[in-house]
Write a protein that binds this ligand. Structure first.
Ligand code: FES
Length: 357
């Protein structure tokens, strides 16, 4: 269910010049509902200039801390990020959806895993939550972080990371890469490329001994690094990622164009949400299930409407749909018929989708 709750902002502070960290006060009676796993995100909703604006932000706190914190980086012209970075203050209230997302693996105190993390800019947010959680809850696991930023000053959560490195001495290695500031060691200047990855995978990373890899950042970086690691021998199923999408690929554009021509008019759609069924018939006004359902009066969860955040995830129980783009679901979720409803175009005369999953 689209479960928004009004939460009080306990604190807002500037982490860097262009990034604010927001802490929410979650009342005791809601703490069970807001229980989260490392790597999950919160969808925030605000009315900005009379417009209902929603965005998803990864939690940077760990479930062990009993804190609900997100980092919001100012995007030039971004409605929500400008609002947070220039207007929001402690004491204000925001509509917050219960945590969601599947970026992360189960924590087990018996684990003795070696985790690798690649992050760029605000991509550190879910990664910080994971590093804190695995280090605290799995005493025999180790973490290595490769983290790209423009300049030393723009490194988000540098202090928190350094503290973790001290607290868990010997179990967390951090390597910073800067793209707009030069340092003496050439390896640490610039983005990940073939040459750097070759050095990293032959000297800093023991690939056969790596158990899980998490990547978060712009699409180009995530695709490049994950492909490199897979080609270097790392099993695909150990590589997990979350993207910032900067543009659609040729293939995505072609698929989206083809699906936009699909005749969906007259398709019968049944939505299962909150244990109840809601049905409607698609008109040609909307081509995806989410927009059509919202248009028909359903109250469903969504944030980006761009195939990135997975807030609108549901499972196809009957019929067939095709997604225009999918930057959020992993292959095993797609195999289990999970789809992003904001991208799901019906391909059969009747479709039943379940949001209670
Ligand atoms: S609303 Fe974000 S993926 Fe659909």
């Amino acid at each position: 269910m689209a479960d928004f709750h009004k939460l009080k902002v306990a604190d807002v502070y500037r982490e860097t010049n262009d990034t604010s960290v927001v802490t929410f006060e979650v009342p005791t009676e809601l703490q069970g509902t807001f229980k989260f796993k490392q790597g999950q995100h919160l969808t925030l909703k605000a009315t900005i200039n009379d417009e209902d604006v929603r965005r998803s932000y990864s939690l940077c706190s760990s479930p062990n801390e009993n804190l609900w914190k997100v980092a919001v980086k100012q995007i030039p012209g971004g409605k929500f990020s400008t609002f947070v970075n220039s207007t929001l203050k402690a004491g204000d209230f925001l509509e917050v959806m219960t945590p969601s997302g599947t970026f992360g693996v189960p924590v087990n105190p018996e684990n003795a895993k070696n985790y690798l993390f690649f992050a760029a800019g605000s991509g550190i947010t879910p990664i910080l939550s994971m590093i804190k959680t695995h280090l605290a809850s799995e005493p025999n696991s180790t973490c290595k972080l490769f983290y790209v930023n423009k300049t030393a000053k723009s490194i988000i959560f540098k202090e928190a990371l350094e503290q973790l490195r001290n607290t868990y001495f010997g179990r967390l290695e951090i390597y910073y890469f800067l793209t707009k500031e030069r340092r003496d060691i050439e390896l640490f200047n610039g983005r990940f490329d073939d040459e750097k990855m070759k050095v990293l995978t032959t000297t800093f990373i023991d690939l056969p001994d790596t158990n899980e890899v998490f990547l978060c950042g712009p699409e180009q970086m995530v695709n490049f690094v994950s492909q490199y690691l897979i080609q270097a021998g790392l099993p695909k199923e150990l590589v997990h990622f979350e993207l910032f999408v900067t543009g659609l690929s040729e293939e995505d554009i072609k698929r989206a164009e083809r699906l936009a021509k699909q005749n969906v008019e007259g398709t019968e759609v049944i939505i299962i949400d909150g244990g109840k069924e809601f049905s409607f018939t698609m008109t040609k006004e909307f081509d995806n299930i989410l927009d059509a359902a919202l248009g028909a009066g359903a109250d469903l969860p969504f944030a980006c409407k761009g195939g990135v955040c997975s807030t609108c995830k549901c499972q196809v129980k009957e019929g067939d749909v095709e997604m225009k783009i999918n930057y959020a679901l992993e292959a095993d979720e797609v195999d289990q018929d999970y789809v992003l409803s904001c991208q799901a175009v019906p391909k059969t005369q009747k479709v039943v989708v379940d949001f209670d999953v």
